[in-house]
Design a protein around this ligand. Structure first.
Ligand code: COA
Length: 179
C-alpha cells in the first residue's frame, strides 16, 4: 500500500503517482531528449508501464511522485525514491522533467529539495544517493547545487548510442542537508 502523501513547495506540488498518470508518463518517457539521459536504451510502451505499475503498487521499496506546477495545475514530470532501505536508512533518487518546455526553470531543483526534506525529516533516512551519466550536465549541476557529493565514477559503465559512457554516483547525508 502506498502512502497518500502530498508535498508542497513554493511553486510545486508533489503528489503520489496514480494509475491514470500512465499515458502521460509513456509520452514523457518516449522523447529522445529523455531517453538519451536514462540508462534504458529505448522508450516504454503503455503495456510495459502498466506491468511496471502493477508491481510498483505492492513494492514498499519505491515511492514515485508526479511533479505539478500548483498555479497551472500542470503535471511536468516525476520524482521518486527507489531501493528504499529502512534497515540502512537510505534510498536512491530519480527525477525526470518530462515536459521539455518546463526544463531549466528551477523546477527540478525545487522538486529535489522538497523530496530531500521529506526523505530526511519524515522517512528519517540518513542518505540519499543517485546515479547519472557524467556528461548529463544539467543533472550533475543541479545535484551539486543542492548539496550532493561525488562518491565515485563507474568508468565505461553503459554502452549507449555507440559509445561507452561513464556514470557518476552522488549522495547527500542527512547531516549535510541544508534546507
Ligand atoms: C536534469 C533535470 C531533472 C534538471 O531539471 P530542471 O528543472 O531542468 O533544472 P533546474 O531548472 O532546476 O536547474 C537547476 C540547476 O541545474 C543546472 N541546469 C539546468 N538546466 C541546465 C542546462 N540546460 N545546462 C546546464 N545546466 C543546467 C543549473 O546549474 C541550474 O542551476 P542555475 O539555475 O543556478 O543555473 C531535467 O533536465 C531532466 O529531467 N532531464 C531529463 C531526465 C534526466 O536527465 N534526469 C536525471 C537523470 S537521473
Amino acid at each position: 500500500m502506498k502512502v497518500k502523501k502530498m508535498l508542497q513547495s513554493e511553486r510545486l506540488k508533489l503528489r503520489v503517482l496514480e494509475e491514470q498518470d500512465g499515458s502521460m508518463i509513456v509520452v514523457w518517457r518516449n522523447q529522445k531528449e529523455v531517453i538519451d539521459q536514462l540508462f534504458s536504451y529505448v522508450g516504454i510502451t503503455a503495456k510495459q508501464h502498466f506491468n511496471w505499475y502493477e508491481k510498483y503498487i505492492n513494492d514498499d521499496t519505491r515511492l514515485e511522485f508526479i511533479i505539478e506546477i500548483k498555479d497551472k495545475k500542470k503535471p511536468i514530470g516525476t520524482i521518486g525514491l527507489n531501493n528504499i532501505d529502512f534497515k540502512n536508512q537510505k534510498a536512491e533518487l530519480g527525477i525526470m522533467i518530462g515536459e521539455l518546455t518546463e526544463q531549466g526553470k528551477g523546477y527540478g531543483e525545487e522538486a529535489v529539495r522538497s523530496l530531500l526534506q521529506y526523505a530526511f525529516d519524515e522517512l528519517n533516512l540518513q542518505k540519499i544517493y543517485l546515479k547519472t551519466f557524467c556528461d548529463n550536465e544539467p543533472a550533475v549541476r543541479l545535484y551539486k547545487k543542492v548539496g550532493f557529493h561525488q562518491e565515485g565514477i563507474l568508468r565505461k559503465e553503459i554502452f549507449k548510442n555507440g559509445k561507452f559512457k561513464d556514470v557518476i554516483i552522488m549522495s547527500i547525508l542527512k547531516d549535510e542537508w541544508k534546507r
